[in-house]
Ligand binder design. Structure first.
Ligand code: GDP
Ligand code: MG
Length: 254
């Protein structure tokens, strides 16, 4: 059997990332949680990652110029799987399809479920499957937008791949970025994932109809969103009741 002391030092060796060295045994006995932050040089692919991010940003700028040249408004919806991105886009399509020629780009790792849901509303929709990538990127969106252009669209709604981390770092060239959370994700989601709120222009708190059963005070979530990003426009919605959809349309300048 490995003695406890050896186990502790083995963990330190394997992790090899703790600077200054931490005495695991003493830290773990105190009541506060142990927090280990990886320094930048401990992240193996950091240089590669930076190149990707810069290349993406350049392509996002090109996308924006192309959208402006063609007078197309573009909105990027980010958020966890299940937050209600597709449901919100469906509501927006129904509300806006008389005013705009709408097209939708849906990002997902492997399925076409979302694009199929959108297609039922009679607007062109394109599914992008990213495989193992956890976000859409500007080149993929450029490719899909070119196809939508053939349908004469002047509003593109993009559903990013479902998660609250990676999409924040990869702008797509959209005029507005929206982050969607729902009350069923609990009260800590916004506090924990502030970065994506800082990357967004509009923060949607969805599933208001579930706030009672969940015991969630929606106004606290609104406060959290504004704390993360004082410039964000916070909108509370329910795609079940339709509450907040007109406010969302206004926040998006549509
Ligand atoms: N109760 C309630 N359910 C919702 C609401 N919006 C979406 N849902 C449901 O939540 C689930 C996930 O929604 P979906 O739009 O697919 O989320 P996405 O993964 O972010 O695209 C589906 O079962 C929706 O019907 C809402 O406002 N209230
Ligand atoms: Mg979806």
């Amino acid at each position: 059997m490995v003695p406890l002391n050896d186990f502790a030092s083995a963990s330190l060796t394997i992790a090899g990332v703790i600077n200054p060295p931490v005495d695991f045994l003493s830290v773990l006995t105190v009541t506060k949680p142990l927090i280990i932050k990886a320094d930048e040089d401990e992240v193996l692919d950091i240089e590669l990652e930076e190149d990707f991010i810069k290349a993406n940003e350049k392509m996002a700028e090109l996308n924006r110029r192309s959208f402006d040249r063609h007078r197309i408004k573009v909105v990027d919806f980010m958020g966890s799987i299940g937050a209600g991105k597709t449901s919100l886009i469906e509501k927006l399509v129904e509300s806006l399809k008389k005013k705009y020629k709408v097209g939708v780009i849906a990002g997902d790792t492997s399925t076409a479920i979302d694009a199929e849901r959108i297609a039922k509303h009679g607007v062109p929709s394109i599914q992008i499957n990213t495989g193992r990538e956890c976000h859409l990127d500007a080149p993929l969106v450029r490719k899909a937008s070119k196809k939508l252009l053939r349908h004469g669209v002047n509003l593109i709604l993009i559903e990013n791949v479902g998660n609250l981390i990676c999409p924040a770092e990869f702008p797509l060239g959209a005029h507005k970025r929206v982050v969607v959370v729902s009350v069923t994700e609990g009260e800590y989601m916004i506090k924990k994932k502030g970065d994506i709120f800082r990357a967004a222009d509009v923060g949607v708190i969805n599933k208001k109809d579930m706030s009672g059963p969940m015991g969630i005070d929606v106004s606290e979530l609104v406060k959290d969103a504004l704390n993360a990003n004082p410039k964000i426009k916070a909108v509370v919605t329910s795609t079940r009741t339709g509450e907040g959809i007109p406010e969302l349309i206004e926040a998006l300048d549509l």
